[in-house]
Design a binder for this molecule. Structure first.
Ligand SMILES: Cc1cc2nc3c(=O)[nH]c(=O)nc-3n(C[C@H](O)[C@H](O)[C@H](O)COP(=O)(O)OP(=O)(O)OC[C@H]3O[C@@H](n4cnc5c(N)ncnc54)[C@H](O)[C@@H]3O)c2cc1C
Length: 381
């Protein structure tokens, strides 16, 4: 077992830390208040190559491994979780397109994603179908050479500003075997967007998207007719570990601030860190975050090595946000009343990691996947 990041990965982490210190952390409170990214932020992420992490060099990306992508998201989340979402989407959708799109589709779509001229959203969840995504209803009806999409998606991160979507639609019979994935521009007549008013990560732009007879050509189908569901579920095996690292990155930053505070704040004539009641909870949360971080990186490492990683990725996905919520809360308490201000990074991170409990699937949804792997489908819920 070898736990150290490679020299390249350490270098990448330092580059992202510098970007966070200079361009992401300083604007986080204002960004959250405005509920949108400041002008130029997405361009700065693109210039740093963060939209091309999982895209081959021939299409303008850096073709990095999954572990390196995890390093980027963990570091970015320490600065601002809301900024992670377009990067996460590009990594997830870039990976799905790499695995399932034709060469022609890849050469037409991937350069735009890598360059950040195409900001992508994953459009799966619907008002009546979240965990039971296999039953989505948004319909794609054959129309001449192509299709027309009608229906509603909701909870789409980056939905407010994304230029393109990977949209899952019903083209066949009931269940997962009747779902097709389409990659299409969203700035077209027939698509309307309604931003949601969120508890946290407000600049992330989570939105409802309505499709009213939106025409798409047959060239927009990704991975074959009625085969879209498998593509996204395989993608989740990897993005769930990335989301776990976003949770760890954000809560880890709060814990580091709490260690400082425990030394700086005095009560009863000594630093509060000298009280076991202050220090030990921080130690316990640090331990839990450390352990869940290792599971998340193991999942990514296994993916890079071509090994099965469904169980590990799903373990990381339910555990890390739960550990992060507890750690971020404890860090906030360590600051006493000072931590309980909307603009404070501590309160913001707590709101952000709450959302990560649901993004890409709830705790129960991930446990269902693990149970089916460990117990066998016939013996699991
Ligand atoms: C921050 C954030 C970002 C998101 N980003 C995206 C995105 O970009 N694209 C997208 O398509 N979606 C996105 N989502 C939606 C997310 O995938 C869904 O919220 C999630 O899949 C759960 O679906 P639901 O909210 O409809 O809850 P429901 O499916 O209604 O579930 C409600 C509760 O019931 C439980 N439950 C449901 N079924 C079962 C079962 N069989 N066994 C046990 N418990 C069950 C769930 O665990 C949950 O606690 C995002 C959500 C959030 C909060």
């Amino acid at each position: 077992v070898h736990f150290e990041l490679t020299a390249e990965q350490q270098e990448l982490a330092k580059r992202v830390q510098a970007l966070v210190a200079e361009q992401i952390a300083p604007g986080a409170a204002a960004r959250e208040r405005a509920g949108r990214y400041e002008p130029g932020l997405l361009r700065a992420l693109a210039a740093a190559g963060l939209f091309g992490l999982r895209i081959d060099e021939r299409y303008g990306g850096s073709g990095l491994d999954a572990v390196s992508t995890g390093v980027v998201l963990e570091e970015l989340a320490a600065g601002d979780v809301s900024v992670c979402y377009p990067v996460l989407n590009a990594a997830l959708i870039g990976g799905v397109l790499r695995a399932h799109a034709s060469d022609e589709q890849q050469s037409s779509w991937l350069p735009g994603i890598a360059a950040g001229t195409a900001i992508v959203a994953l459009c799966l969840t619907e008002p009546d179908h979240g965990t039971d995504a296999a039953h989505i209803e948004l319909s794609a009806v054959a129309d001449g050479e192509g299709w027309r999409l009608t229906g509603e998606k909701t909870s789409i991160m980056a939905g407010r500003y994304a230029t393109h979507g990977l949209v899952f639609a019903r083209t066949g019979g009931p269940g997962a075997a009747g779902i097709t994935a389409f990659y299409l521009p969203l700035d077209v007549p027939g698509v309307t967007r309604v931003p949601l008013s969120d508890l946290g990560s407000r600049a992330g732009g989570r939105s409802r998207l309505r499709f009213r007879g939106v025409p798409v050509g047959s060239g927009a189908v990704v991975g074959g007719l009625n085969r879209g569901f498998v593509a996204v579920m395989r993608g989740f095996d990897y993005s769930r570990a990335l989301i776990a690292l976003m949770a760890v990155g954000a809560a880890g930053a709060s814990l580091r601030e709490a260690y400082q505070r425990a030394g700086a704040r005095h009560a009863f004539g000594q630093p509060i860190g000298r009280f076991q009641g202050v220090a030990f909870p921080l130690v316990e949360h640090a331990t839990m975050l450390h352990a869940t971080r290792l599971v998340a990186y193991e999942a990514l490492w296994r993916g890079d090595a071509g090994l099965g990683h469904r169980v590990e990725a799903n373990m990381a996905k339910w555990w890390a946000p739960r550990a992060a919520v507890a750690a971020a809360n404890q860090a906030m308490l360590t600051f006493g009343h000072d931590g309980y201000c909307e603009d404070e990074p501590l309160a913001r991170r707590l709101r952000d990691v709450l959302g990560l409990q649901l993004a890409d699937g709830s705790e129960n949804a991930t446990k269902l996947v693990i149970a089916r792997q460990l117990l066998g489908r016939e013996n699991a819920p």
